[in-house]
Design a protein. Structure first.
Length: 179
């Protein structure tokens, strides 16, 4: 059975609870992963995801096409994360731990792994962190990331390449620890 995402969105806009549940299940893990990494706090990440979907429920009528829905979700989540971070003290270390259930896709190919995530990402700008999280950890395409971050695909590829080069220069990435 093929699911028409625009029909699901229309059902959500009509108040269909099963459409809301479907969209929640489809998107909650990537949103949680993103929020957990950005906030460094799984409880706050859960609250952010809940708040994101609360806002979706209240404002779904403003979305006209499903293709913009995922971008809208990530913008809400990112804005809530940035609000959260702005309320915290400046010298907190971002990205210290992440939830056990967050797995990095393509781990063998990715220069970032759960064991050294905090150290690795701390050398990157916020923009580079966002791109690495969305591309290498959540598995989004450049087109999807372009829509989420409102940046051109060319600038994303450039920033991603620079971020990967920075990460490759970190000594831990070039050494494998013996068990």
């Amino acid at each position: 059975m093929t699911v028409n995402n625009n029909e699901i969105l229309k059902a959500l806009q009509r108040g269909d609870e099963s459409a809301f549940e479907y969209l929640f299940e489809l998107h909650c893990q990537n949103l949680f992963r993103y929020a957990a990494i950005i906030t460094n706090n799984t409880e706050d990440a859960r609250e952010i995801v809940n708040e994101t979907f609360f806002r979706v429920f209240l404002n779904s009528s403003s979305v006209r096409d499903y293709s913009s829905f995922t971008s809208w979700l990530f913008r809400i989540t990112k804005n809530l994360c940035m609000d959260y971070l702005s309320k915290r003290r400046k010298n907190l270390h971002i990205l210290e731990t992440i939830s056990k259930d967050c797995k990095i896709s393509g781990e063998a190919e990715s220069p970032v792994n759960a064991g050294n995530l905090q150290e690795s990402l701390s050398v990157l700008s916020q923009n580079q962190k966002d791109i690495i999280i969305l591309k290498d950890i959540s598995g989004y395409s450049y087109a999807e990331i372009s829509s989420i971050l409102k940046k051109s695909i060319t600038s994303l590829k450039t920033a991603h390449s620079r971020a990967l080069k920075k990460l490759a220069c970190i000594p831990e990435h070039n050494e494998r620890k013996a068990d």
